[in-house]
Write a protein that binds this ligand. Structure first.
Ligand SMILES: *Cc1c(COP(=O)(O)O)cnc(C)c1O
Length: 342
């Protein structure tokens, strides 16, 4: 039995999703006449309470377009040092938008108004321009953590009061919506732009979206062309995204429950510790005592036994639950791990 716990990006489109893809009417999106895509963009804008939305191939491009549309070369972006934009986007903000980072630290990927305050620079010819605040919800390296709404609102308010724009990297915002019952509009309200991914927990083969005001999305649309991200019969992908919003959003609750169960069971294995309370969504981080070995080695042993995973740090491994993983597979993964730790 293969159990793929590396990421929720490994999900494959189901027969029903493929059916939705091949039966969706399509047009040429460069001409703006793909009806399925236009409907999806309108649906996302309405769902997140913004004027407009623009579909793009990946979450990375969504973030990079939001940055490009709201900054000038020499500007500075305030964000957490463990955020995806800092760690995993190949230096895109510097390469594509000429921006530097002013980074915060903080548990679970969170930071405070005071942190933002401290990083905002005075008007002085020596300094970069503090221009954009970006935060991540749920926070990937923070363990799929959900920002407290009040703290998130407060941080954005501070940024706005200094004339900064605000961006939400909402690759996994769906998990925050389902886990808290707080709707997309409420999460999105404090932000000028939001990105969200269809290709992770929602199970689509590709696709992300950027949302914001008409003016900002007009810019995003233009830069998407410049970045080479405009596609033609995009309705095939939009058909998958529409299907996912109808059928795969609410079921994320199952992934969260399975993650909690997994976290609790991991804790019963000698030499492994997992913070159950911090396992809020579908990402499970656990630490390995050096008496058992190290993360990369255990990860390789697990993979060789059919349990695919990722070593995040020398003593830390990540498991991810998603629609391609059942309770039976989780039980199997636990049995394999127990044997290896014996
Ligand atoms: C995965 C991810 C992205 C990027 O998405 P890709 O589609 O892989 O480019 C951006 N932000 C966060 C928080 C992510 O987890």
């Amino acid at each position: 039995m293969i159990v793929d716990l590396r990421s929720d990006t490994v999900t494959k489109p189901t027969r029903e999703m493929l059916e939705a893809m091949i039966t969706s009417p399509v047009g040429d999106d460069v001409w703006g006449d793909d009806p399925t895509l236009n409907a999806l963009q309108d649906r996302c804008a309405a769902m997140f309470g913004k004027e407009a939305a623009c579909f793009v191939p990946s979450g990375t491009m969504a973030n990079q377009l939001a940055i490009r549309a709201q900054t000038q070369p020499g500007d500075e972006i305030i964000l957490h040092q463990e955020s995806h934009i800092v760690r995993y986007e190949a230096g895109g903000a510097a390469a594509l938008s000429g921006c530097s980072f002013a980074t915060t630290t903080g548990d679970k990927g969170f930071f405070t108004s005071d942190d933002v305050h401290r990083l905002i620079r005075d008007e002085d010819a020596h300094f970069g321009h503090s221009r954009l605040l970006s935060l991540e919800n749920t926070h990937n390296r923070g363990g799929g953590s959900i920002w407290p709404l009040e703290q998130l609102t407060d941080v954005c308010k501070t940024a706005h009061s200094f004339g900064l724009a605000t961006h939400l990297d909402g690759a996994r915002i769906w998990h925050a919506i389902v886990a808290t019952g707080i709707d997309a509009q409420t999460w999105a309200k404090p932000f000028d732009t939001i990105s969200a991914c269809f290709s992770k927990g929602l199970g689509c083969p590709a696709g992300s979206v950027v949302m914001g005001s008409k003016d900002l999305i007009h810019k995003v649309h233009r830069f998407r062309k410049q970045f080479g991200g405009t596609m033609r019969q995009t309705g095939i992908l939009a058909g998958a995204a529409n299907y996912a919003l109808d059928h795969n959003l609410n079921r994320l609750e199952e992934d969260h429950q399975l993650a909690k169960f997994l976290a609790e069971e991991l804790n019963t294995i000698c030499g492994i510790t997992c913070n159950v309370e911090n396992t809020e969504t579908n990402l499970i981080f656990f630490d390995i005592d050096s008496s058992i070995g190290d993360g990369p080695t255990l990860c390789r042993q697990l993979t060789e036994s059919g349990v695919l995973c990722e070593a995040l740090d020398p003593q830390r491994i990540r498991f991810v639950t998603h629609l391609g993983v059942s309770k039976i597979q989780i039980d199997h993964a636990l049995a394999v791990l127990k044997k290896l730790c014996d």
